[in-house]
Design a protein around this ligand. Structure first.
Ligand SMILES: Cc1cc2nc3c(=O)[nH]c(=O)nc-3n(C[C@H](O)[C@H](O)[C@H](O)COP(=O)(O)O)c2cc1C
Length: 376
């Protein structure tokens, strides 16, 4: 592993970082999809990167994860990497965010690096092929048994979905189609995308309530999570989480990109236009702190998926100790290399006694939406 780490950080990364980040992202997704097609390439990659220590599987909300680290939404927008990700040490892929209609995304540059600050400036604008193309793709793709597939759903980033009702129907269209085709093991409602033009912000209580009312009326038996903003105060965060709990979602992903450019370690790396949210290190402490407070305030029943700035195995353990049940990451893999997931797996195995174990599903009685066992 040390050799692979050195090779990535000393040789491969300096070369990759000379090229446009979105180009490299596209090359990796296409390459990953190709390598995932063949047993031989999956096996070879798995020899280096797949976690191979003591059992670290974990069952959360009735879903068994081989390893508790998943790829966060935004890397595999169209579901092209599900075959290769288990070989790179991931236990889950949160695909998307997908939208009801295809989105071309925002104008470039959609992705920039702040190298010294270990951050990316993300302004993708939900570039994806839309829910229909995704469903078609999933129908044609087999997946490794036990590999978990989450689907993140967002509002289409176009002029048709700008009004509140149109926006809500947009989310509902995607969810209904996924439910009808039985695709995805869990669903995440992305209420906090900082990169879409106009339209409602569904992290506002007045928009969030009707959205969740509509989405939770769609019947299925899969866990549903909300992707939370992190650039908000604790009272604001609490107001959103209260609504999430009230409407019977299973948990929260904490969280999305950081909108606060002061959180960059080197402020002068900020792009002049300040367009986009920050991933990576600027997300680490705010998300860990929100995980801690959420666990303390809402008790054991709410599932927390910790996400944001996991650059090392120690960052991952911090999030687990703060109360996360599962983790997701993107930027740490880009800055540190693909051995990071295996390192986290090993650290998890060593520290398991200090970390929350399996988590049963939160019980919510329908249709009153009376939450049965959640601490105040
Ligand atoms: C290129 C890129 C695209 C992203 N797109 C989405 C998205 O579509 N939906 C979403 O919920 N989060 C999206 N995110 C946010 C990530 O899921 C994650 O919350 C954030 O990057 C913090 O994790 P990290 O520091 O490990 O990257 C994106 C992040 C990146 C880097």
């Amino acid at each position: 592993m040390v050799v692979m780490k050195t090779l990535y950080k000393r040789v491969l990364k300096p070369i990759l970082f000379k090229f446009d980040p979105e180009l490299i992202h596209d090359v990796f997704v296409s390459g990953g999809e190709l390598l995932g097609r063949f047993t031989l390439t999956r096996g070879l990659i798995g020899m280096f990167y797949r976690y191979d220590g003591p059992d670290i599987s974990k069952t959360v909300d009735g879903i068994r994860y081989h390893t508790p680290v998943g790829l966060a939404a935004g890397f595999d927008y169209n579901g092209r990497l599900t075959r290769i990700l288990p070989s790179v040490g991931f236990g889950a892929d949160e695909i998307g965010s997908i939208t009801a209609r295809p989105c071309a995304g925002n104008d470039p540059p959609r992705l920039r690096r702040c190298i010294q600050s270990e951050a990316l400036v993300v302004s993708k604008g939900l570039k994806n092929k839309g829910v229909d193309a995704f469903i078609e793709k999933m129908r044609r793709t087999s997946r490794e048994p036990g590999f978990v597939l989450g689907v993140s759903i967002a509002r289409t980033n176009d002029d048709l979905a700008v009004g509140l009702e149109e926006g809500i129907e947009d989310y509902a269209t995607s969810l209904q189609k996924l439910v009808d085709t039985n695709i995805g093991d869990f669903y995440t409602i992305n209420i906090s995308c900082p990169n879409v033009h106009g339209g409602e912000s569904f992290a506002e209580p007045d928009a969030l309530r009707p959205l969740l009312e509509r989405l939770m009326a769609i019947k299925h038996d899969k866990p549903v999570y909300a992707k939370m903003p992190i650039s908000v105060s604790w009272p604001e965060f609490q107001e959103i989480t209260d609504i999430v709990v009230e409407y019977g979602l299973d948990g929260v992903v904490i969280g999305n990109l950081n909108k606060d450019y002061d959180s960059l370690r080197y402020r002068d790396e900020a792009p002049a236009d300040y367009a986009g949210g920050l991933s990576g290190l600027p997300c680490r402490d705010p998300s860990t702190e929100l995980i801690r407070r959420t666990r303390q305030h809402y008790g054991d029943d709410l599932t927390i998926i910790g996400c944001g700035g996991i650059m090392t195995a120690e960052d991952a353990m911090e999030k687990f100790r703060a109360g996360a049940d599962l983790l997701q990451l993107i930027t740490g893999m880009i800055f540190e290399g693909p051995h990071l997931m295996k390192q986290i797996g090993k650290a998890y195995a060593r520290n398991r006694s200090q970390i929350r174990g399996d988590k049963p599903r939160r019980r919510v009685t329908q249709p009153e939406r009376e939450v049965v066992s959640i601490a105040d």
